[in-house]
Design a protein around this ligand. Sequence first.
Ligand code: SF4
Length: 468
Amino acid sequence: MHDDKPKDECGVFGVYGHPRAVELTYLGLRALQHRGQESSGIVASDGEGISSHHGMGLVDAVFNTDVLSKLNGHIAIGHNRYSTAGESTLENAQPLVRNYKQGPLALGHNGNLVNASPIRDHLENTGSIFSTSLDTEVIFHLIAHSRQNTLEDRIFDAFRAVEGAYSFVVMDKTMLMGARDPHGFRPLWIGKLGEAFVLSSETCALDVIEAAPIREVEPGELVALRSIHRGVESFRFSPQKPNLSQCIFEYIYLARPDGMMFGHGVNSTRREFGRQLAREHPVKADVVIPVPDSATIAALGYAEESGIPFDLGLSRNTFVGRSFMNPTQDMRELMVKLKLNPIRDVLKGKRVIIVDDSIMRGTNSRKLVKIVRQGGATAVHLRIASPPNKFPCFYGVDTPTRSELIASEHTIDEIRKYIRADSLGYISIEGMLKAVKKPKDFCTACFDGKYRITSNDGIPRQLPLISS
Ligand code: SF4
């Protein structure tokens, strides 16, 4: 059922100054598994040389005690990757490691560079040879081509050339760095564990290793960690503060609820979306149920605001992996039930409100409504805790194309008829933005098409070269 959800494209993690940096990075990556499940990698340095391991699949499939024991050092970075179709290969697993004039360098990226393709064309025309299809590799070449002396200055040169969404962790043999793009699309946190420093996409991974969150890396900031004594050194590579464009979809679906992001608690923001949804789309019903697990908190908010009891009407089998290849239609239907099954004693004879976080193509919502009716519901009302998804994302979240997004071509009533619900309601863009303190600081492009990084003709400079 969750195959029709947008996918975050990567989680990053890094540790500086801890004798068990590799194991801590492994634990951090496990906590960030929701941000990428297709490949994983860790790079470590003991100050003298770099060791690395990458593999396809989940973190615990890629790393075991034996593999971890071969990675040494007090500095480590890690990366979980989700890729778009066709490019899920080991060569594209991150962190990428390359040698340049000043030695080995490793880099892990969350986001998408919107102008990677013309930069890559230019670099290839001038002799650069690329070994992956990642937009991230452009950064390496720009760093290597820079004439600056220090690594920080070379990175600044690279960042000034690229546009788009990025949170990076970068390391060489002696230093760990982290950076966020000037618009702040994707998150990145700094934490402290004893004397050591930690970088992480989300605070949940800091919690897991018992590191204290210090602050978020600011948009347009690069932080460097090169000695415990010097602590966090901060550099700005973007002097002017542009319009911020933090991804509001992190609150809706992508981020884990047990953390802070962009100055807000994810749980409280997601809950407020549910409350606002109830204010905007009330309906008489007997029970509010979530689509587990991603819509649970919004459904709690809806139930609190409406006064209608909350219950769990769907049981999710968390052990089901991907559907097998080329199933028949009959088998595909059965696979859906394998993932999500109705709880009949909650649903039977009831008017049910289902709260979900989003609708992309609509196919899963239709199956969902059918499952709840099969469970005995007498009426099924679907409520969506995000506005209609009409536009694709170019900034690091894998969404269907515009023609595949059901809300881009159809009215809400047409969608309701297609999914066979008794009623359908989405939270409004204005209502969603009421839940955050500085609404202008958030990207809402997948709902309103207002892309903040555009070329002169008003459309994004290009499709992402490849998701990282
Ligand atoms: S377009 Fe949507 S998913 Fe992409 S960054 Fe903006 S809010 Fe996030």
